[in-house]
Design a protein around this ligand. Structure first.
Ligand code: SF4
Length: 211
């Protein structure tokens, strides 16, 4: 497992390399963020933003989405891919929000995990971005890959990786570390051919130059 000194170096250097940014998804309230996040699975944020521009004109509230014509909803969200399951998740989640949460997106991990299409990763995004709350660390494919390569975890299981990251990083850094690992995964530490020679972490990374 990584030493605290090396973890500090990783966080410090990545923070300097990637200054703060907000999510690139467009939304006006927690509900729109939820819908946009569901649509962003296996799709770029840019494409989701094009789709939600039309979508959020057509449907505004959880009530609108829960009673939406499924065929029409699917045709609007089709460019984001996996539109059959995404339409199902969106409608079901909207119904639960209306029925069980007074038409308001829940602001707890427990509440969010009751919504179809919402796993811990999406729930963490909603909590941190919409409600400025931190209950965990969103583990996506980049966080998973980099955590293992950097020696932050030994596991391949997202829940265990989250647990390991939460153990070794202070709570104040939970949101930050996920964002930093995602950005470094997108820009340098690629899945297939990581750019170790250009990487500012290659002196502290146990996997440097091993791919
Ligand atoms: S040194 Fe290589 S494997 Fe390690 S984080 Fe950098 S790019 Fe990834």
């Amino acid at each position: 497992m990584i030493s605290k000194a090396n973890l500090r170096k990783i966080v410090y250097r990545l923070k300097r390399l990637y200054p703060p940014i907000k999510t690139s998804l467009n939304y006006r309230n927690p509900f729109e963020l939820l819908i946009a996040t569901i649509l962003s699975a296996q799709c770029t944020d840019a494409r989701v933003n094009i789709v939600t521009k039309t979508l959020f004109k057509e449907y505004r509230t959880p009530e609108d989405f829960s009673s939406a014509n499924t065929k029409k909803l699917k045709s609007i969200i089709r460019p984001t891919g996996y539109y059959h399951s995404k339409a199902k998740y969106i409608k079901e989640a909207s119904k639960i929000i209306v029925r069980s949460f007074g038409s308001r997106v829940p602001d707890t991990m427990e509440g969010l995990l009751q919504l179809p299409g919402v796993g811990r990763k999406t729930a963490n995004i909603i909590l941190s971005v919409a409600y400025n709350k931190t209950e965990g660390i969103a583990v996506d494919t980049h966080v998973k890959r980099l955590s293992k390569r950097l020696g932050l975890t030994q596991s391949d299981n997202p829940d265990k990786i989250e647990e390991d990251l939460m153990t070794i990083t202070p709570k104040a850094l939970w949101n930050k570390i996920a964002i930093l690992l995602i950005l470094h995964g997108r820009n340098v530490c690629y899945a297939r051919k990581p750019r170790c020679a250009d990487c500012i972490l290659n002196d502290v990374c146990p996997s440097a130059f091993s791919y």
